[in-house]
Every structure is written in structure tokens, then in C-alpha cells.
Design a protein around this ligand. Structure first.
Ligand code: ACO
Length: 426
């Protein structure tokens, strides 16, 4: 492939530069197309469009590869920890031991939220979905931290990043406690990130939470698996919101709103509901027929980018087995349904032809339920973990010298220009 692509329309030829990244398909740079050929391109859903340049995450969907700053997700999940991955995503390199010590302290010592902030939760109905609370509460952070919202100041950008990573578990745990009608549990600085979060969720005044290293490690690994995933819907939402120079906390709230949908982060909740509705292995053929008749989707399957096994799903499946064994639920009928359904789908031409494989959400619901979370908390945990990815991508966008406000165009198919008709003449 050459260094330019030729675009021909109405006898006019426009030469467009071809850009190449470290890996992945070449990219035709169409920025000058409109100016030179007076045409737009049309790509709803961004099927063939790179919306930005990024150095954070790489996905090869055909090969089932996911790299963060070059490191395979499998290795990070096995050998690293969530805060180290946060540092990697934000700074581009793994931290040295002293760098990690400072970073860990920066995060774990800033987990408290303003006392006044707690009153904000009380405004929600007690049966509010925790994702509704998250969207509102994280947006409300923008009203609390006026000293870190100058997006043009690198130091303030980093303080905002630290604040969000540090405070997200506290807010997520409060959303959970509020929906349960239990008192809020305050963070403890000496605990690890995952341990602190689990304790804030599961400790009650009458009984402290008892740490379990297998479950804490599983929680940490689940956070790693969800930390970033290049330009997905919620990340693109954060970038687009942030491209106008908006308040960083408000941009993350926009990302949370996008994540909530059942085709994105909400799929883990929908997937567990689906497995529970199927209930027993003998109901699988009937369920699969319904998918093939296009009455509903097989949740936790399929991905815009992965046309092979999602590598996060492989780690999640292993974590699922470890957690269920630890809590004595290896024979959970829902796990049996999931394993059999996966086997059936992977051998059925309908799914094979469409390259539909399990995604990260297929086993995450079962695992999170075994950790003690109700389905409505699943997407909240995803949002907690994805916060670092959103912030790293937002920061990268602000620091990109070619950054412009995001402003797509359209094909207008509405009425042509016409004159206003007074109401008595319509
Ligand atoms: N079950 C059944 N059929 C499916 C599924 C599914 N889960 N996903 C895609 N298909 C089918 C489509 O009907 C379509 O078939 P057709 O060509 O005969 O019309 C074909 O596969 C291609 O699917 P598209 O919808 O065009 O793929 P797209 O890239 O737009 O969608 C998506 C990707 C949204 C993830 C989709 O696979 C889906 O809805 N999956 C279920 C929800 C889910 O698990 N989401 C989590 C994604 S991972 C994440 O966000 C963390």
C-alpha cells in the first residue's frame, strides 16, 4: 500500500495521505476531503472511522489481542495489580517501586469525599438504580473540586485524575449502600484499593467485613479487565464531551451514562438476567432457537471489534471458576447453564458464521454475583474500573496538539427549505 490514496468524484481526483500506526490497519486521512472535493463521508456507528490518534490501548479483534501501552491484558491480569495498571494507562510506562509507592499513596489517601457530598445521595429515591446515582453523583463532583478543573493546566488535570480514581470506589459503595438502606462505610487508608472497596460495600456496623485474599484478588483482576478498551461508546462519549473543554468530572459522568446501556456496560446485568431466565441446561435449545429467530440477543456474546474470543473473557472465565470454588458454589446451576450455552453457541453455524464469541460480560455477572453483588451493581463496578481509561483517554485528547472540538456532520434528509404557514392555514 502506498503513502497516498486517490479519491475520485465527478471527474475530480483528490490525493489523501495514508497514515500508519504501530499496528492495525492503515488509515486514510480524509481531513481535507470536504475542503477539496466538497463531499462528506458517511459512517454511522464508526464502522470504518478512526476518531483519534491514541497510544494507550491496542485491539486486534481478529486475533483476540488486547494490549495496554503494549502489555498484553493476560500478563497484566496475572502479574500486575489495578493501581499499577492505572499508573501505566495514565503515564505510559509501568511505575518503578518508588513511583508506585507515591502513586498508591496519592490514590488510597484521597478516597474520602466531602461530608456535604453525602447529602446528595439522600435526594435519590431509595429504589434508584445505582447507575442513576453514579451518573448524578459523579456529575456533582464538578461542583465540589473547583481547584482542579482548569483543563489547560497539566497539574490540575493530574489532580482531577487522582481524585476520580480515588473517590470512585467510595461513591460506588455509597450507591450500593444507599440502595440497600444501610449506613455508609468510610474508607480506610491502610487497605488496598480492592479491599477498601469490598469493605465499604460489605461491612455493616454490626459486623465487620472479613478479608478473603482470593476474592480481593478477583475483584482487583476484574478492575484490571475493565480498565480501558480504546474508543468504545463511553470512551468516545468522554472524548467528545471533553473536546469542548468541559469540566472533567462532568465528562466522566457522560461516560457513565453511555456505559449504562445494555449493548455496552449494561450487558453484564442483562447477561445474568438471561442466564437466570434460562435457568436449566435443558432450556438452552429453545433459548438458542429464539436468538436465531431474532426474537432477542444472546447477551455477553458478540463485539464490534472482537471477531474472535475476547481475551478478557478468557481471564474472566478462569476468575469465575476461582471465585465460585472459593465461595463453595462450583455447582451453581447458572454456571452450568453458562458453560453449556457457550459450548452450544460456539458450535452453532449461526454464531460461527457471524463470528460471535463470548465477550467480557458473559462470565462477569456470575462472578460478581458470587462476590456478593446484586445485578444492578454490575455496571457500577465496570464504571469504577473504566474511570481510569476514560481519564487517560481524556488527558491524551487534551494534550494532543491536533485536538479540535468533535463536530460530526450529517446527510440531511428532512424537508427542503419552505415558508412558514400560519396556524389557521395549516
Ligand atoms: N446475539 C445474537 N446475534 C447477534 C449478537 C448477539 N449477542 N450480536 C450480534 N449479532 C448478530 C446481528 O444480529 C447481526 O446479524 P445479521 O448480520 O444477520 O444481521 C450480526 O451478528 C452482526 O451484528 P451487529 O449488531 O451488526 O454487530 P455490532 O458490531 O453492531 O454489535 C454488539 C456489537 C452491540 C456488542 C452486539 O454484538 C450485541 O448487542 N451483543 C450483545 C450485548 C453485549 O454482550 N454487549 C457487550 C459488549 S462488550 C462491552 O461493552 C464490554
Amino acid at each position: 500500500m502506498g503513502n497516498t490514496a486517490k479519491f475520485e468524484i465527478d471527474g475530480k481526483t483528490v490525493e489523501l495521505p495514508v497514515l500508519r500506526g504501530t499496528d492495525g490497519p492503515a488509515v486514510v486521512d480524509i481531513r481535507k476531503l470536504y475542503a477539496e472535493a466538497d463531499v462528506f463521508t458517511y459512517d454511522p456507528g464508526f464502522m470504518s472511522t478512526a476518531s483519534c490518534e491514541s497510544k494507550i490501548t491496542f485491539i486486534d479483534g481478529d486475533a483476540g489481542i488486547l494490549l495496554h501501552r503494549g502489555y498484553p491484558i493476560m500478563e497484566l491480569a496475572e502479574k500486575s495489580n489495578f493501581l499499577e495498571v492505572c499508573y501505566l494507562l495514565l503515564h505510559g510506562e509501568l511505575p518503578s517501586a518508588p513511583e508506585f509507592e507515591v502513586f498508591e499513596k496519592n490514590i488510597t489517601y484521597h478516597t474520602m469525599i466531602h461530608e456535604q457530598f453525602d447529602r446528595f445521595f439522600m435526594g435519590f429515591r431509595r429504589d434508584a438504580h445505582p447507575m442513576a446515582i453514579m451518573t448524578g453523583a459523579v456529575g456533582a463532583l464538578s461542583a465540589f473540586y473547583h481547584d482542579s478543573t482548569n483543563v489547560n493546566d497539566p497539574a490540575q488535570r493530574m489532580i482531577s485524575a487522582h481524585r476520580m480514581i480515588a473517590k470512585m470506589p467510595t461513591i460506588a459503595a455509597r450507591a450500593f449502600k444507599y440502595s440497600r438502606g444501610q449506613p455508609f462505610v468510610f474508607p480506610r487508608n491502610e487497605l488496598s484499593y480492592a479491599e477498601n472497596f469490598l469493605r465499604m460495600c460489605f461491612s455493616v456496623p454490626a459486623e465487620d467485613w472479613v478479608p478473603n485474599p482470593v476474592l480481593t484478588r478477583a475483584m482487583d483482576r476484574i478492575f484490571i479487565l475493565h480498565a480501558d478498551h480504546e474508543q468504545n461508546a463511553s470512551t468516545s462519549t468522554v472524548r467528545l464531551a471533553g473536546s469542548s473543554g468541559a469540566n472533567p468530572f462532568a465528562c466522566i459522568a457522560a461516560g457513565i451514562a453511555s456505559l449504562w446501556g445494555p449493548k455496552h456496560g449494561g450487558a453484564n446485568e442483562e447477561c445474568l438476567n438471561m442466564l437466570t431466565d434460562i435457568g436449566t441446561v435443558d432450556k438452552i435449545p429453545e433459548f438458542v432457537q429464539g436468538v436465531k429467530d431474532r426474537r432477542y440477543l444472546l447477551m455477553g456474546f458478540g463485539h464490534r471489534v472482537y471477531k474472535n474470543y475476547d481475551p478478557r473473557a478468557t481471564v474472566m472465565q478462569k476468575t469465575c471458576h476461582e471465585v465460585l470454588k472459593e465461595v463453595g458454589a462450583e455447582n451453581d446451576p447458572i454456571l452450568q447453564v453458562a458453560m453449556e450455552l457457550e459450548k452450544v453457541a460456539l458450535n452453532d453455524p449461526y454464531f460461527v458464521e457471524r463470528k460471535l464469541y463470548p465477550n467480557v460480560d458473559f462470565y462477569s455477572g456470575i462472578t460478581l454475583r458470587a462476590l456478593g453483588f446484586p445485578p444492578e451493581m454490575f455496571t457500577v463496578l465496570f464504571a469504577l474500573a473504566r474511570t481510569v481509561g476514560w481519564i487517560a483517554q481524556w488527558k491524551e485528547m487534551i494534550e494532543d496538539p491536533s485536538q479540535k472540538i468533535g463536530r460530526p456532520r450529517q446527510i440531511y434528509t428532512g424537508a427542503p427549505a419552505r415558508s412558514f404557514v400560519p396556524v389557521d392555514k395549516r
